[in-house]
Structures are given as C-alpha cells and as structure tokens.
Design a protein. Sequence first.
Length: 297
Amino acid sequence: MTTPVLYDNPGPRMQRRVRIGSIVAGVVLLGVVALVLVRLGQAGQLSGEKWGPIVNPYHPQIAALWTGLSGALLNNFIAAVLAMALSLVVGTVLAVTRLTSAPWYRWIVVGAIELFRGLPVVIAIYLAYRILPELGVDVSLLWYLVIGLTAYNSVIIAEIVRSGVLSLPRGQAEAAAAIGLTRVQSLRLIQLPQAFRVMLPALISQLVVILKDTSLGFIILYPESVRFVRIAIQELDNPIQLFFVLAVIFIVINYLLGRFAEWVERRLSRARTGATPAGGAGEPETRALAGTSATGG
C-alpha cells in the first residue's frame, strides 16, 4: 500500500470525527425528509386521491396513465438512440478532420466545435425546430429533436474521440508513417479502433446525457415523457406525484446505464491487462503495424 503524498492517513481521532460528522449529517437529512413528508401530508399531497392513479391497481385511470407513460418513454429512447448514433458519426468525422486537416482549415473545425459546445442544448433543439422549416426541411418532430441533440452532442463526442486518439502512444502514428501509411489510414486502421475501446465508457456516459436531454423535446411538442406528464396533470391534478415518479424512472435508468459503463470499463481494463505480454508492451503494436503493411497499406 502506498502512502499518500499530499496528506497523512487519518488517525483514530480524525476517523472518530468523520464518523460523528457522518452520523450528524444523516440525522439532519432524515429530519429534513421527515419535515417535508409532514408538510406534504398536511397539504394533502400524500392522500390516495393524489397517488391512486399511479399506484392503485383498481383505479380506473391507472392503465391509461402507465400505457401512455410507457409509450412516451419509448419515444425518449428512440430519440436518444438516433441522436447517439448520428452524434457518434458526426463527432468522429469532426475529430478526424481536426486531427488531419491543415492548420488554417483546422481552425474552422475548432470554431464550429466551440460554437456548438457553448450553445445550450435547449436552444439547439428550438433553432432546429424553427430554422429547418424555413430552409425547406420539413420533417417530423422526432427528427427536429434528434437534429438539435446531434448538433450539440456531436461536438462533445468529437472531443472524446480526439482525446482517445491523443491518449495512445505516439509511437503508433510514427510507426504507421514509417511503413507508408497516410495520417487518415493510420487513424482508420490503427488508432481509431483502439481509441474507441478506450473511450467506450465515456461514450456510454454521454448516452446518459443524451437520454436526459430528450426530455427537452416538450418545447417543440414532441410526445415524450415530460410532455405526457404535463398533459396528464391537467386531468389528474397531481403534478408533484407524477413528476416525482418520472424523476425516479429517469434516475433508475441513468443509474443502470452508469453501472453498465463501469462494468464495461472494468472488462476493458482486465482485457488490456491480460493482453499485455510479459516481454514488453510494444509487441502487439509492432505485429499490428506489420500485418497492416503486409496487406498492402
């Protein structure tokens, strides 16, 4: 076990203080939760009339509520999958262009990336909804949402891809150039396949962000979960309960995606550790480059 350099390990007294602080914080948190529940109960927000349409299996509206909410959540997933796929393609193209283009042209790509990265995603969605019809692009609400999400998230993925490529050893690009591969060929055949394995957990985490951002589709009247809940509230008059349930659903889904990203990262780490030969880390790269050269690169 290594000793921390910037600080000492906490002694018994500090550990006792940490435990006491944790207990006090937990008690305060429980007190706040209890106070909130008491106030909600006094306001009638915990009554069966408010929660019945959500949890009571005999309520006449529960089937319609959950059927509609399930369909709206499915629309969220469809938009998220399409936006993630398009963002991955566009982001990879932007990253490769930034890595391979001439300096004067690279600044155009960098400017576009910085522009869309600084643009709030809700504005990107709304601009796609308003500007594209004026340009003669008449598509469904789903595609306006997907295009807005892609415009924002593709530049984020471009930076993830670029960082993944730059994290690889420089010797790989130099060896590729030594055997006659162009910069684009080196990226396509050698660097990008390895970079995608390295950045896969980050890409999955970005999927969580895209899935959450699909809830902004209500601003263009896309029939996703938030819009459905807003419509249901007008009839059921239980906004706290419906938005609480929707929040729990999103938290659970995003938690599962986050755990999946951690699992993928652990698997990739074990695979990289097991694939490293005892004789040195450079042998797989040499064999890969030699194989590429032999196939006519």
